[in-house]
Design a binder for this molecule. Structure first.
Ligand SMILES: C[S@@+](CC[C@H](N)C(=O)[O-])C[C@H]1O[C@@H](n2cnc3c(N)ncnc32)[C@H](O)[C@@H]1O
Length: 341
């Protein structure tokens, strides 16, 4: 037992072993046990390499007084340089765009832009809407639509797929008996090109549904027509929907007031999902500076104060929510009762 242990220990050691043939190094023992292995050249002590290593070590410690290796410092330097170059590039592009924007003389009414951008509209907004999670915000709002529904500024019908078209009896969010789902839906937009796309989408998704109408009309002058009137004979809509519309119309306050007049006074609701000014002044400055350029290209004033527009309209706020630094606004509104004014 003891001998075995000693044998193993002597095999592992790298010190020379004294045998009957004299002093043997570990290498020479291995060479003998494996004659194919060519003899390894002895490592020579090279004073030049030694001097170079000493100089290098000295340099390293001189360049890194805090113990940060020079390679890490170099990498950090290059990263800082790249980031500052890119930031500088962004800033100068922004300044260039601001100069371009300020030189433009854009009319307040840019709603005609949608006639020419209709065919590309969905492709242009798809990615940003996905990134902002707007699909869910649309769905959450549109599922509240019930009864005879009017959607103004309907665009290409991006809300079409979220409507619950099965009218039925149920209970509302407060647990009261209510009619759920849509009895009829009317889609209105100023741009005939946008309405055509919305119509195509709706009919493809709901080929059997007949209580639907499409009209190219100004939301500020929209009337209560079929199918709402045809089915109920009443002069109001139960729900009016508008998403991303206040930014595009020349008279957002007057339009909201008008929509309030054609909303059922007791239980009717106006559902809005809009975009506009932020909670933050630095972001509002950017929106203001670039607004004319954006309006000219996309037909939308993205720096409008949606809260101020709603307040000025005189409609009663049932619910208000904001997201994305405050630039996305959701409202549930109702007509102000005469005893509240
Ligand atoms: C930014 S798009 C929004 C479209 C759609 N609601 C959506 O959420 O994707 C604005 C839409 O408002 C429409 N619009 C602009 N002014 C309008 C007005 N006075 N009456 C009705 N629609 C209007 C435009 O034609 C355009 O389709």
């Amino acid at each position: 037992m003891h001998a075995t242990w000693l044998g193993r220990a002597s095999f592992r050691t790298s010190k020379p072993l004294i045998t009957s043939r004299g002093v043997q190094s570990r290498a020479s023992r291995q060479r003998r046990s494996n004659p194919i292995t060519p003899p390894q050249p002895r490592k020579q002590f090279n004073p030049d390499i030694q001097r170079f290593q000493e100089r290098y070590d000295k340099k390293e410690s001189a360049a890194a007084p805090h113990g940060i290796p020079i390679r890490v410092l170099t990498f950090m330097g290059i990263t800082v340089l790249a980031i500052s170059t890119y930031t500088g590039y962004l800033y100068s592009s922004y300044q260039q765009e601001v100069r371009k924007a300020q030189a433009l003389d854009i009319p307040a009414d840019v709603s005609d832009r949608y006639n020419s951008t209709a065919s590309n509209f969905d492709a242009e907004v798809d990615l940003s809407e996905k990134a902002m999670g707007l699909g869910k915000k649309r769905a959450d709002l549109i599922r509240l639509a019930r009864g005879d529904v009017l959607e103004v500024s309907c665009g290409t019908g991006r809300n079409v797929k979220f409507y619950d078209l099965k009218e039925r009896r149920g209970t509302d969010e407060q647990g009261r008996a209510a009619i759920l789902g849509c009895r009829s839906v009317t889609f209105v937009d100023l741009s005939p090109q946008m309405v055509d796309i919305a119509k195509e989408k709706f009919n493809a998704a709901n080929p059997e549904y007949t209580r639907v109408a499409f009209r190219a009309q100004d939301a500020a002058a929209v009337t209560v027509e079929s199918p709402a009137r045809a089915h109920t004979g009443k002069g109001h809509y139960d729900t009016i929907v508008q998403t991303m519309g206040l930014c595009s119309m020349p008279d957002p306050v007057g339009t909201l007031r008008h929509l309030g007049e054609i909303t059922e006074p007791e239980h009717g609701r106006i559902l809005l999902l809009e975009h506009g000014r932020s909670h933050y002044e630095w972001l509002n400055r950017i929106l203001d500076n670039l607004a004319p350029l954006h309006a000219d290209k996309h037909g939308c004033w993205w720096n409008r104060d949606i809260g101020a527009i709603v307040k000025e309209s005189g409609l009663e706020v049932v619910e208000e929510k904001r997201w994305h630094f405050g630039t996305t606004w959701r409202y549930i509104l109702r007509p102000k009762h005469s005893d509240q004014s």
